[in-house]
Structures are given as C-alpha cells and as structure tokens.
Design a protein around this ligand. Structure first.
Ligand code: RAM
Length: 352
C-alpha cells in the first residue's frame, strides 16, 4: 500500500520536488517518460503533457500533494509532468498560469481552485483548445472541469472536526473557526457542514460558534488571526482550523501563550508539522488524509480522461495505479480515501 506510513519507498521520492516548489512561480519538468509500474501505460498517454496548478506554491501540504502527483504522472505514463502556480492563494492568481498552459498545448490541467468561478473562463479556453481539466483539493465550478478529485467526503471530514472540538472542550463553550481564504471551495463546504452540525446536533447545543476568521493560508496572517481571536473572545474554549497552514500557525501561537492546554485546537494538519505541538500538550487530536494520494489519483484521472476511458459522468470507472479502482460519483466527484485522526499515540507512525 502506498504512502502514509514511515519509510515507504514513495515517501523517499517526495524530497526533490519539495525542494523545487519553494521557488517562486516557476515551471519544472518533472518526469520525462516515466517507466511506470502498473503496466497500463498506453501510446496515447505517452504523448500527453500534464500540468499541476496548486492553490499556491510554498505550502507544505501542497508539496506533499504534488509529490504524489509526480509519482502518479510517471506511473500513468505521461510524457511530461510539471508544476506551475502562484505564491499566494488569491482568487485570480491562477488565471495567467492556466492561460500559459493553454498556449503551450498542455493536455491535462490539474488545478486546486482558489475561487471556483475566477478560474472558469480560462479553464473554458483551455478545454476549447483540447485540454482535459481535473480539479483537485478545492473544486472549480463543475461547469468548467471534467472531474473533481476530492480527498474525502466533505461532510465526513467536517463532522470529524466538530466531534473532536466538542470532545476537547467538554461539550460546551465558545468556539471559533480559523480558515484559509474566504473563497476556497473546499474550506467553505467544510465550514457549511460544520455549522449545520453545530446547529442541528443536540449534543452540541451548548457550543457556540462566535467567529470565523481567514488566515489566507499565509503563516503570518494565520498567526495574527489566532492571536486576534483570543483577544476578542476571552471566553473562547476552542478553535477549529481546517487548513494545514492555519492549524500549524495557531498551534505555534498557543504553544508559547498562557492559553496552552486551556484553549483547545483541532482541525486539519500535517503530522510532521503538528508533532511538536501534540508532544508538548498544545494539541490533543486533529485529522487529515494522506495528501500524496490526492495528487496520485488526480494524475490517473487525467490519464483516463485523455485516453477517453472516462468523461466524468457518474458511474465512470478508472484504475488509480496501486490505489486501485475509483468510480466517478454524482457531480463528477471522485473520492480518494477516508481521513485519519492523529494523536500522541499514533502520530509517530506517519511521515508527511
Ligand atoms: C491547506 C489548504 C488545502 C486544504 C488543506 C487541508 O493546506 O487550504 O486546500 O485541503 O489545508
């Protein structure tokens, strides 16, 4: 099985890409005719170019996703794979990168949309020029893409976070959400399900959501927003941060403040970033999936699209390399896998 345990072969392959994505808005030729391990490569895909456009470069979560994307592209047999993207996750920051891919005749564009609509016109032009569009991580407007690779069932990951915060604050008190950017499709969908759960689940009747703030997946801004939340809400008992950048920055703030161990923090984080805060008692439990699997499955969806094996219609099936078969669900959505909850007992088993 691939990925998330320590010392896997795939894990070791992540390092080179991670180093490169730290550089500004650049392109990288990543694979050049990978040999493939699945035995499924076809002549068609071997002539195709795939490009990944994440929400932003220099995000440790993105680096892991792209590592899986690189591996998947090689195993799927793409002629070349590259990564381009903005340094900040603002709404329109991806448009110029999409346009450049259209000009270059890229066959598959894999994109995590910073804003579902801001990228639409550019993606439409890319499609008119013949490209297949795979949204992943954060969906584009469904009219503008062929499939959306979702890391998890959105409602499931939202409900895990409300459950974790409820347990950690003892079932009552004020909580806040510290999100990424205000337009991100994935964040807003999770927040919507969390709000519905808080409002409708009788077990949460004594929990009050008092604020939603946005750190824009910028470490400094997220740190300041965490600080601001605690100043503005002196009775705050817990924070949910459903973003890897937000939860790490909030944990860093809490860990050296008087709130450490008193104000609970949960959400979605990378085990490698959160490990010190779990060990020092700042954070009890948080969740995530294996981000590399997201990029990996997206690459194989791209292969199935260019080979004409799927169109993105519900019921379409394709094989995602060593992760096995996936089926396209209603709305053109493909689910990668279930989330995992991390705590002091299991965190050392993970290396991402
Ligand atoms: C951040 C981004 C990303 C999200 C993860 C959990 O890195 O907001 O889109 O899926 O957190």
């Amino acid at each position: 099985m691939m990925l998330n345990r320590k010392n896997t072969g795939r894990r070791a392959q992540l390092a080179p890409l991670m180093a490169i994505t730290a550089a500004a808005a650049m392109a990288l030729t990543a694979c050049g005719g990978g040999s493939g391990t699945t035995g499924e490569t076809s002549a068609a895909v071997q002539e195709q170019k795939i490009t990944f456009i994440p929400k932003q470069l220099n995000n440790p979560y993105t680096d892991v996703v792209l590592g899986g994307g690189k591996d998947g592209s090689q195993e799927a047999g793409f002629a070349s794979s590259q990564v381009v993207g903005p340094l900040e996750a603002s709404a329109s920051s991806q448009v110029s990168f999409i346009n450049a891919e259209t000009q270059a005749g890229t066959n598959v564009i894999v994109i995590a949309a910073n804003d579902p609509d801001a990228v639409c016109t550019a993606l439409g032009e890319a499609r008119s020029a013949g490209a297949k569009i795979v949204a992943f991580d954060s969906d584009a407007n469904p009219d503008c893409r062929d499939v959306f690779i979702s890391q998890v069932v959105a409602k499931e990951v939202a409900l895990i976070q409300t459950k974790l915060i409820a347990e950690q604050i003892g079932g009552s008190g004020e909580i806040a959400i510290l999100s990424a950017t205000a337009n991100a499709t994935n964040q807003n969908e999770w927040i919507k399900f969390m709000e519905e759960d808080l409002a409708s689940n009788p077990a949460y009747k004594d929990i009050k959501l008092v604020a939603k703030v946005y750190g824009d997946d910028d470490d400094t801004k997220s740190f300041q927003e965490a600080q601001g939340l605690l100043q503005a809400h002196p009775n705050l008992k817990g924070i949910i941060s459903p973003t890897t950048v937000g939860i790490a920055a909030t944990a860093r703030y809490l860990s050296t403040s008087a709130y450490k161990g008193k104000v609970a923090l949960t959400g979605l984080g990378l085990p490698n970033e959160m490990r010190p805060f779990v060990k020092d008692g700042t954070v009890k439990e948080f969740a995530l999936w294996d981000p590399a699997q997201l990029g990996y499955v997206a690459a194989f969806a791209g292969k199935a699209l260019v080979e004409g094996k799927i169109t993105g219609a519900p019921g379409d099936k394709f094989t995602a390399g060593e992760l096995g078969d996936r089926t396209v669900e209603e709305g053109g959505v493909v689910i990668v896998g279930p989330p995992t909850v991390f705590n002091a007992q299991n965190i050392d088993q993970y290396d991402f």
